[in-house]
Design a protein around this ligand. Structure first.
Ligand SMILES: [Zn+2]
Length: 377
């Protein structure tokens, strides 16, 4: 049995992002029918004899561009954990706004200005204000002045944020133009998470490859007439990036296109101002190692390392899995540190990237993005 208190605390402060998973290990396993008998907890151990290469420390220093932590985190512990993970820099995307943002910057960025970075967020409740455009412009300038290293847009934009007409505000809503424009002028990178895995937009049934996950988290589905489609969200996301070629964007979670790398490649070709982070998507790219390796090598100047965790989070720790995926040619291994597959029912394969590509994905690209520099091509 795991340390439940620790796990609960971690979940509470993990931010509102993505695939966190709860649920007792006892519930693990798939139920299958054999004739008329239902077999519960089926979790076969592969007979395949495989090479196992644990990678505790990465080959080169890493920048985790996609972290979430809260004001309750201890900055000294954070730094200790970063050192233990071979992490030179960590970027918190949950900086908030107002007083909270000030406190976050003061507590984490100020003592470690070269290692710990905080991105600010936007208060969408003000979207209906007639002065929203000028207010948000002033806010971004002041946030940058105080030390915010960029702007994070959460997935609620395009899926949940509504204005006074009770309609969902689309990502490419004209009222948001000042946001994209100002960040470009200020050289503030925008890390934008739009949409979610395509399965979250599909019917929640036995054909859904994340059925188990959606059963565990019924509130994660975006299937239904009350939501835009996966396709619409992606198109809005891409149209904003294309319309603002002078602004640096980092598409979170491979723009939620990890299941279709050809599609993602065509988007990246159309958007030279776009980086993409791999956080939370090792399961997607790790199950297609041939395509993933080619893709990561082709777009080596534009892919950023990220975990969607915080350094030192001990439940569902991801770094070692990511390092193993990127560095080794290990085959058919778990994409998780967890009692059961938290996402889909599959395993992954390493892509053994060359050193010069690893260095770029681990830290060189992130350093450029954090400095507000366009990707190299
Ligand atoms: Zn996230």
């Amino acid at each position: 049995m795991r340390n439940w208190l620790g796990r609960l605390a971690s979940l509470l402060i993990a931010g509102l992002c993505c695939a966190q998973t709860t649920g007792p290990a006892e519930d693990a396993g798939v139920a299958v029918y054999v004739g008329k008998e239902m077999v519960k907890g089926y979790r076969p151990t592969p007979a395949l004899v495989r090479k196992e290469t644990p990678v505790v420390m990465p080959k080169f220093p890493v920048v985790d561009i996609h972290c979430h932590w809260s004001i309750y985190q201890d900055p000294v512990e954070l730094i200790k954990a970063m050192d233990a993970l071979g992490m030179s820099k960590a970027v918190d995307l949950s900086g908030g706004y107002g007083d909270y943002l000030d406190r976050m910057i003061e507590k984490f960025h100020m003592p470690y200005p070269d290692r710990v970075f905080v991105l600010c967020n936007i208060d969408w409740k003000k979207i209906d204000d007639p002065t929203f455009g000028q207010d948000v412009t002033a806010y971004l300038k002041s946030a940058k002045g105080k030390g915010a290293s960029g702007l994070k847009i959460f997935k609620d934009l395009g899926l949940n944020v509504k204005d006074k007409t009770r309609k969902i505000v689309s990502i490419d809503d004209p009222r948001l133009e000042p946001v994209w424009k100002t960040c470009g002028e200020l050289k503030m990178p925008i890390l934008m998470h739009s949409g979610d895995p395509v399965a979250f937009f599909q019917p929640v049934d036995e054909h859904n490859e994340r059925w188990m996950q959606l059963k565990r988290h019924p509130d994660w589905t975006f299937y239904g007439p009350q939501f835009p489609t996966w396709e619409q969200v992606l198109q809005q996301h891409v149209s904003v990036i294309q319309k603002h070629p002078g602004t640096v964007f980092i598409s979170a979670h491979l723009a939620n296109c990890g299941e279709d790398l050809q599609r993602l490649a065509s988007i990246m070709d159309r958007c030279p101002n776009m980086y993409a982070d791999i956080s939370g998507r090792v399961a997607e790219i790790g199950r297609q190692p041939y395509s993933a390796r080619k893709f990561l090598i082709k777009y080596q100047d534009r892919i950023l390392f990220g975990t969607d965790r915080y350094p030192g989070r001990t439940d569902q720790e991801r770094n070692s899995v990511y390092y193993r995926f990127l560095e080794t040619d290990d085959e058919y291994f778990d994409y998780y540190n967890h009692p059961f597959p938290p996402e889909g029912e599959w395993k992954i394969y390493g892509v053994f990237l060359p050193d010069e590509v690893l260095k770029k994905i681990y830290h060189e690209n992130a350093d450029r993005a954090l400095a507000g520099e366009m990707p190299l091509h």
